[in-house]
Design a protein around this ligand. Structure first.
Ligand code: HEC
Length: 263
């Protein structure tokens, strides 16, 4: 080959590599469309739930019991199991997390059945399988998307679940926000945090970043509740892989030993 055709070849190969890398990226992007709420079409914030983050799941459990268990049950989960999985000793569990029952073997039910049966026609759903049904992104975004809306009976609405009848139970932590005016969108002026579509009306006791972390803990806990055996499944899987790997090494050595005199 002449140096010239050589260069052409190199260029061709480089181009081919670029094209295939681009199409691989495009294919990957097509597989990962931006998640939107099925109910309202609002873009969801991404959150990779990690129930293996024990401190986070523990905080989530505590906060769920304090802020949510008044209305929402986790009927497929028992206190005892939760305590074992999340490493919460029974006495701490009984003292700090069990408001609805004093039996460790009980399922997690709602605190006040009479008071919480009906919120403007809606019964608060059981949340055992919530992150599996809606996805972690949905729950994560939902808990950050309550906003003031005079047209609603309680003055609150949610961009992810339009007409939600759940009150904004975390308002003391997040503060109040309203929908950003269309004209103001894209500007980064006073209190409007980028891309959220909301304007802060009053401050809560947590900063926006702290509130986000608080919601993340809740979602990690709900992710745990939706599949309590997940971490055990993952660690068993790893052990099995390790075992097979060691076995592979031994089998290879054995093969070498058998064939040593034949070659
Ligand atoms: C005062 C009662 C009450 C409290 C406390 C409460 N919720 Fe709710 N929640 C509701 C009601 C009622 C609905 C149903 C809303 C609807 O469908 O309009 C709901 C709906 C939800 C949904 C959406 C369910 C779905 O898939 O449609 C999630 C997620 C949720 N709540 C999470 C929480 C979490 C997390 C907490 C604690 C921080 C909490 N809720 C505290 C009453 C409550």
């Amino acid at each position: 080959m002449t140096p010239r055709s050589n260069r052409t070849m190199t260029r061709l190969i480089t181009r081919l590599a670029q094209v295939s890398a681009q199409s691989a990226l495009l294919a990957a992007a097509a597989l990962l469309p931006q998640a939107v709420s099925a109910n309202t079409g609002v873009a969801l914030q991404h959150f990779s739930a990690n129930s293996g983050n024990l401190p986070s799941a523990q905080r989530g459990a505590r906060n769920f019991m304090a802020y949510c268990s008044g209305c929402h049950s986790l009927k497929y989960l028992r206190y005892e199991r939760m305590g074992e999985d999340l490493n919460i000793p029974p006495d701490v569990l009984k003292k700090n997390l069990m408001f609805t029952s004093d039996k460790l073997g009980d399922q997690i039910k709602i605190a006040m059945p009479a008071a919480s049966g009906d919120w403007f026609g809606r019964v608060p759903p059981d949340l055992s399988l919530e992150t599996r049904a809606r996805g972690a992104d949905w729950v994560y975004t939902y808990l950050q998307s309550f906003y003031l809306d005079d047209s609603r009976p309680m003055g609150v609405n949610n961009t992810v679940l339009a007409g939600a009848s759940m009150p904004h139970v975390l308002w003391e932590l997040q503060g109040w926000q309203k929908k950003a005016e269309h004209a103001a969108e894209g500007e980064h002026g006073g209190g409007h945090h980028e891309g959220s579509g909301f304007e802060q009306v009053s401050k809560g006791s947590l900063t926006p970043a702290e509130y986000q972390a608080f919601v993340g803990d809740l979602v990690n806990f709900l992710d745990y509740a939706s599949e309590p055996g997940k971490q055990a499944r993952i660690s068993t899987g790893l052990k099995v892989m390790l075992y097979l790997f060691v076995l592979l090494g031994l089998t290879y050595l054995l093969k070498k030993e058998f064939w040593r005199d034949i070659h």
